[in-house]
Design a binder for this molecule. Sequence first.
Ligand SMILES: Cc1cc2nc3c(=O)[nH]c(=O)nc-3n(C[C@H](O)[C@H](O)[C@H](O)COP(=O)(O)OP(=O)(O)OC[C@H]3O[C@@H](n4cnc5c(N)ncnc54)[C@H](O)[C@@H]3O)c2cc1C
Length: 247
Amino acid sequence: MNDWVKAKVVGRHQWSEGLFSLQFEAPIAPFQAGQYIKVALEIDGERIGRPYSLVNAPGDRPLEIFFNEVPEGPLTPPLSTLGPGDEVWLTPKAGGIFTLETVRPATDLWLLATGTGLGVYLSILRTAKPWRDFRRVILIHGVRQASDLAYAETLAGIARRQGEQFRFVPAVSREEAPGALRGRITDLLAEGRLESHLGVSIHPSTSHVMLCGNSAMIKDVKAILEERGLVRHRRHAPGHYTTEQYH
Ligand SMILES: Cc1cc2nc3c(=O)[nH]c(=O)nc-3n(C[C@H](O)[C@H](O)[C@H](O)COP(=O)(O)OP(=O)(O)OC[C@H]3O[C@@H](n4cnc5c(N)ncnc54)[C@H](O)[C@@H]3O)c2cc1C
């Protein structure tokens, strides 16, 4: 059973068709960048909750989530219609271990996201830890259409602040887009196009890789990483990659 607190929606942004961010004010406990909360609504007399990564840095408010509407899902269609003044339920404590807290410093931190998997990295990138513990931080955001490349201004701000320590590569699979690689993250990695574009390789001696998003990307990239000698990171058995599967 979850505990719940009432939260007020204080902001909403629609990035493209079916792609949204919502901001909340609510008294939740301190959390670590990379963790998620559950968001719930009363639907037909039942409280339906789903986990969402927090996009804001732990010290920043309002709380923020980034999600896409799944038309056949019970929660996201009504969630996407909410606006300032509406109320939702949140779990008062964030959870999850998709954080940098137990990861050993390395040369390169690779952050690979499909779709709304980008959000969790924004929280991490808004803290000091990645910039202190890694020489380079490389973010790859895979989407189908260029219109799904959300948070461009936030990413431009991070690039301005961090300079050459930060590399951002958008990857668009279904159309050509200026400044983006064409293709799925998995294919770009398997064909070597991603690393040759960056001039940086993923290697167990230099890299920690985080994977967030859909199950197909995570499964395929895991296989590529393991072939190259990277092993899953565990709290008590440090390794080279960590995953957070949204669906
Ligand atoms: C730890 C964790 C953190 C998560 N954080 C986020 C987040 O930050 N942002 C986010 O958008 N989602 C996130 N999710 C997924 C989210 O919890 C919901 O599953 C999703 O928003 C759909 O909710 P729903 O109730 O409408 O449909 P559900 O009943 O949850 O799902 C209906 C169907 O749609 C599939 N599905 C779920 N999510 C998606 C999706 N994004 N795109 C396409 N198909 C999907 C499911 O596999 C299922 O088959 C997270 C999931 C987990 C486990």
